[in-house]
Write a protein of this length. Sequence first.
Length: 322
Amino acid sequence: MCQPIRVSAEPAASSVCVLGLGLIGGSLLRAAVAAGRSAWGWNRSGGAVDEARADGFDADTDLQAVLTRANDTGAIVVVAVPEPALDTVLTQVAAHAPDCTLTDVVSVKGSVLDAVRRHGLADRFVGGHPMAGTAHSGWPAGDADLFRGAVWVVAAEDDTDPDRWTQVARLALDCGSVVVPAGAAEHDSAVARISHLPHLLAEALAVTAAAGGDLALALAAGSYRDGTRVAGTAPALVRAMCEANAPALTVALDEAIALLTDARRALATAGSTEALVDAGHAARQRHDTLERWDVTGVEIGAPGWAGALRDAGRRGGAFRAL
C-alpha cells in the first residue's frame, strides 16, 4: 500500500512577486492575495499598474524596486510576461533577485527553461503553466477564480530543487488549481496538441467561414462560436505562444492536416466522413471519461523523485494537496 507523499520540512515562501499584469499575471496576483499571501506586481505599462492600484492591489512600474523587495523578503518571483520579453526580465531577476525561487506561467516550457539556464537561474527555477485563460487580455480581464479547478503544470526536471518545487506547487494549490507534474519537453508536446493547435484551427475556421460572405456569418451559431472562441485572442499573444513552440506544433499540425486530407479524399471519392467522425468522437469520449488520481508514494527530494512525478503525471496523476 502506498504511503502518503512526504515533502520537505522547509516552509514555503508566502510572498509572491508577479512580473506582468495581463490576464494570467493579473489573475495570479488577485488569487495570491485572496489566498492570504502578501503579493505585489510589476508591469512595464503604467496603465495596467494604475488599474491594479485603483482596484486596491500593490503594483509598480519600477522593476528593480519590486525585485529588490522580493529578494529581501524571500518571495516567489513569477514571470508572467510574453515570450519576447523574457530575456529582458530574466536579466533583471538575475541582477536583483538572485536568491528567490523563480517560476513562470508562460505557455511553453522548453524555451523558457533554456532562457533561464542562459541567465544562470536554473538552480532556483521551477517551470509552471496554469491551463486556464479566456479570449480577453489585460488587467481588467483578470479574475481571482480563474485557476480554480484548473490544471497547473509544475515542471519536475532531474535538476529541479525539491524545496523550490514544493513552494511553487503550494502556490498553485493556494490558487485553487490541481497540480500535474511534467517535464518541459513532454509538456510542450502536449500543449501543442491541446492548446496551440486549437488556436490555429480556430483561426482557419474563422477565415473559412468569413470567405462564405455575410450570409455564412449571419447563420453562424453554436458550432462556429465554440470552434472559433480562441480566435478572439489578441493576435500578438497567439503568435508568441505558437511560434515559441514551433517544433512540437509543426508535428501536431502535420497530424491534423493528414487527418483532414484523408477525410477530404474519403468524402470526395466515397461520400463518407465516417473514419474521421468516429475517431474524433471516440477521442472526445476518452477525454470525458479520463479519471485523474491522486499521486501518492513519492518522497519529494528522494533519489529519482522528479522522474517518479513525471511518470505519475503522464499517467493521469495529480496533486490536490501537499
